[in-house]
Write a protein that binds this ligand. Sequence first.
Ligand code: F6R
Length: 605
Amino acid sequence: MCGIVGAVAQRNIVPVLVEGLRRLEYRGYDSCGVAVLGAEGPRRVRGTERVADLDAQTQEMHFEGVTGISHTRWATHGAPTIDNAHPIFSNNALAIVHNGIIENYESLRDALRAKGYQFASQTDTEVIAHLIHSLYRGDLFAAVQGAVRELHGAYAIAVIHKDQPHTVVGARAGSPLVVGYGKGENFLASDALAVAGNTDRFAYLEEGDVCEITLDGVRIADRDGHAAQRAVHAVQAYGGAVELGPYRHYMQKEIFEQPRAIGDTIPAADPFGADLFGANAREVFDGIDSLLILACGTSYYAGLTAKYWIESIAKIRTDVEIASEYRYRDSVPNPRSLVVTISQSGETADTIAALKHAQSLGMKHTLAVCNVATSAMVQLTELKFLTHAGREIGVASTKAFTTQLVALFILAVTLGKLRGHVSDAQEAEYQKLLRHLPAALNGVLALEPQIIAWADEFARKENALFLGRGLHYPIALEGALKLKEISYIHAEAYPAGELKHGPLALVTEAMPVVTVAPNDALLEKLKSNMQEVRARGGKLYVFADADSHIVSDDGIQVIRMPEHYGLLSPILHVVPLQLLAYHTACKRGTDVDKPRNLAKSVTVE
Ligand code: F6R
């Protein structure tokens, strides 16, 4: 979602501030802006176009400065207009950029209005700007400390003030902020990626921290106002990871990176050792009697797939809940349940809140399956398993999903082994399947030309149904989500047995029905469901595998997967669905990597 960059240097830092925004673009935004300190106070350039336009504007205007902040905004309070774009000013004295949501902004705004402050935007951010201004007595750091004490909600901010040249003050709670230590210059950013290359030394601020960067130093205070030190980590520049290479879009690149990402996620030595999840994992795993999986979106579908694996391999009861629902409903907590959160970013506000909610209900055994080692979620859980998808830039998740599946399969087998439900022979078989996955995926990726031919037909449709059964029902859900989010075609997924309980009414010649049909125990049932569609004139697009014995005919087209992959088949079957969504979106000319209204990291509720 929103992105923050701040810098203090002895050179013109506008190119750094704008380049930082360009690197954060993938997170999703609908306006952007940059402010620097001038002799008369802060000056800014804002726009509702792309960062490239902001860059062109700043160059044309010779907009320069040595102290500044910049921002990409994903609208929450107030439409994506220039007036609501950050940086937001207070009385032409200070400028602020903000990520997050201030929940008590209305009462603060009323109080500030009563003091004579006028509001030029509809943002909650302007409340923070005026609040800091009202508390400023010649010390920006102290004013920010005072202001954040009054804020309820989530924030990461960066602030500059006309009377404090060469100073940027930042603060965070609930939204990430890092300090970059340079030589004679220092940086702030919501993600180290933004300023990587200018420095490779970063400190991750903790909840409630306030910090000040100047030319030659960094000052940090914790939430109680005490001076604090935060460990400085060497973080490699990410430049290479964001190169597009020969691909048209990051999504395409990331789909094709899956064999590598999965290979990197499978541990080199024993892939089913409990200690992969943490030093005390064995003890925790021995003490649990159920699992509660919490996640959102694509990560939730990974959780749904895991339920099939864990209940069948490890024989442990597993519930899967959408994080945004779980956090607000009355549930019956089970202290012997292992709470598993799944997240690509590790910053998803609903998943973090659901995790904290479970912890507050006395569920102390927690595990994060996450792709970002430094994320808030990973800091919050007792156990962790890091996926190694590498940075995912396309908003639509692909390689993060398949690496999550790998992690969850490893969890299922590890638990099954500990409970004596996995024999040595089965373990060896699972290990073989895992090790061969990258090669099997390459075989699936080679189907791209056939899928492009289908995409031609899908690009002309406005609706699609996706069917799967058992383990492949969550894969149908994920296929439908991919298609709708990047091609804007309305798509729904059903477990195929549900068809006749309602959705069959939608089936006509105009309705493409994508069917995930591997040769598993439910294949014959699925074939009957497919006949129900054909009998109503529906057009079936079937992903079968080598042994499914389904052939192309009138009203049915088949793409055959190179091999049948048993329990790990969902990991292979999702890939052609990703490619179908991708190529359909390309043909419809949508902004594949940055679909409308969506953001990569959903750090607000
Ligand atoms: C869809 C997609 C989203 C995310 C969801 C959770 O392609 O990417 O549905 O899966 O926003 O995000 P994470 O996994 O970062 O918690």
